[in-house]
Design a protein around this ligand. Sequence first.
Ligand SMILES: C[S@@+](CC[C@H](N)C(=O)[O-])C[C@H]1O[C@@H](n2cnc3c(N)ncnc32)[C@H](O)[C@@H]1O
Length: 219
Amino acid sequence: MQIFKEDAVTWLSTLADASVDLVVTDPPYESLEKHRKIGTTTRLKVSKSSSNQWFEIFPNDRFEDLLKEIFRVLKKNSHFYLFCDQETMFIIKPIAEKVGFKFWKPIVWDKVNIGMGYHYRSRHEYILFFEKGKRKLKNLSTPDILTFKRVHRGYPTEKPVELLETLIGQSSDDKQIVVDPFFGSGSTLIAASNLGRSAVGCDISESAHEHLYRRTCES
Ligand SMILES: C[S@@+](CC[C@H](N)C(=O)[O-])C[C@H]1O[C@@H](n2cnc3c(N)ncnc32)[C@H](O)[C@@H]1O
């Protein structure tokens, strides 16, 4: 596993053209702030016992630069997955298409348990599925709703490793390079390593690096 502590776009700009086989990422998009406000009384409050601190937000007006870099570093015939909510999906899709990606569909992550809120309460997140060139999925009987219980009391917005293993298994081969430029707790990198891929990631925050260090040392 190779990790870096820098701004995602700055870091991606140091990678060579067409040098990455798969990107799976979960950027801290602006509308996450709204979800955080709903959750501040419980899960997302700062806790002394963990690195459970909120993180820096990545502004919507930087997505074009980010997506251009992701498109550039991906090899021809590769996939790209991006976690987001419905508000951000409508912002990202046209930008990703403008920089060259084909948008296939949003995959739904069903978190099984209902979230916090005062409306139709959220039980899912979207994973936007993009392609550069043409690449076949490994298992054509996988549905577009993936059901894995949400992670409780982990890093804020931590994704289940098994969910990431499904995406990485579908869209990469043994020893290929899987990149997450906003790794957070490191779930993507751990899933990639579990599957024998070469995991490379970046996160600007010290607490993400500490969290991943504890996670990999304690396991
Ligand atoms: C939504 S979290 C990722 C959670 C991750 N998917 C997981 O399973 O734990 C987003 C991460 O992006 C990081 N981040 C925020 N701004 C960044 C930037 N400009 N460059 C790199 N990382 C950044 C935050 O520190 C945070 O850890």
